[in-house]
Design a protein around this ligand. Sequence first.
Ligand code: AMP
Ligand code: GLY
Length: 422
Amino acid sequence: MKVLVVGSGGREHALCWAIAGSPLLTKLYCAPGNPGIAAVAECIDINVLDIPSLVGFAQDNAIDLVFPGPEAPLVAGLTDAMDAAGIPCCGPTRAAAQLEGSKTFTKEIADAAGIPTALWERFENADSARAFVRRRGTPIVVKADGLAAGKGVVVAMTEDAALAAIDAMMDQKVFGDSGAAVVIEECLVGEEVSLFALCDGEDALLLGSAQDHKRVGDGDTGPNTGGMGAYSPVPCFSPELEQACMDKMIRPALKEMARRGMPFRGILFAGLMLTGEGAKLIEFNVRFGDPECQVLLARMKSDLLPALQAACDGELGDFDLRWNDQASVAVVMAARGYPEAPERGSVIAGLDAAAAQSGVAVFHAGTETGPDGTILAAGGRVLTICATAPDLKQARDRAYAGVDAINWPEGFCRRDIGARAL
Ligand code: AMP
Ligand code: GLY
């Protein structure tokens, strides 16, 4: 099979690394990829949003399967365009990708499908939103309705903070049209976990779960990020609870999406809060998480490629995936200044020494190759150091041994990934 992965982050490096090991693979491309991905796939210089060029490339090279990593090309209609060209693409159509693109849409699906979630209300008028906050009190959660690069959610502990968020989103329009409407929700309290399922429009296969670390600093301090580290499995999220969430959340969502004529194919990512009243849905995303993808794939024993193909063919019904009984931990190394203003251009050494550590894989995210062949930092999140071991503590020790083998004074990481579970 000839496969095209779309994206350039640590998630896509892990995907390429997993797919590259498949005996079914004959050729692997990645658009645009990165220097780490170049070791396992041929990188093609096409932007993830340049849909006509991606389709043209897939046609010219007889690609058998496209796997998009990030949400942006899905929301922009990459799957629709590949479908029209007759090229199997393991991702949702633009209509189905609204599950990530619109908070209101997700809440409507959740309510229609009977999925437990925070009570919510949508406002297009800032005064009504303010009145609602004053009436409901705090803590309360204010969300821009549309995509806001992960920054459109304010968990407000005070009324002032909630009102300021409404001001910023609706009056000052800091997220443009994405904040023209806001969703205001009940604040859920508990452990936050991420559940992943591969879907074929009708059936869903559990891929496992992970816990992300969203804040930039140790002890969950500082601003939100794309994710500073993850681990899997999550001790407080038992296999029984995972299956219950498949039955109460993932499958009902698929059924409701199909009923609305927009069957969901691809990776469905449920962000959940394990509250005192049971698991509740926070949000859906329509893709793998980054770095959750890295820790899940590190535990996967089966070949990923036939599963992706079965999802495209609508044949997941009698599919089975196997996992090793190891734990995995991923530590993200970011460039100084991330998330506000990451410094670019510093030299990263010791990558081979890190990858040579027992059980460690080094995934590139924001890197580029310098003129003399050195690896340079070229983004916010730059590397994921991922380790597996028989238990979480050892996996964590191995991941940090990998981190410590890297010589990059301008980089930093959290030192407490997985600490809560230990
Ligand atoms: P989202 O952009 O929807 O992923 O939200 C970002 C983060 O805000 C989530 O990962 C949660 O930590 C938090 N969050 C969102 N909705 C709620 C809620 N209803 N209650 C508590 N925390 C929430
Ligand atoms: N790590 C969280 C995400 O990918 O959305």
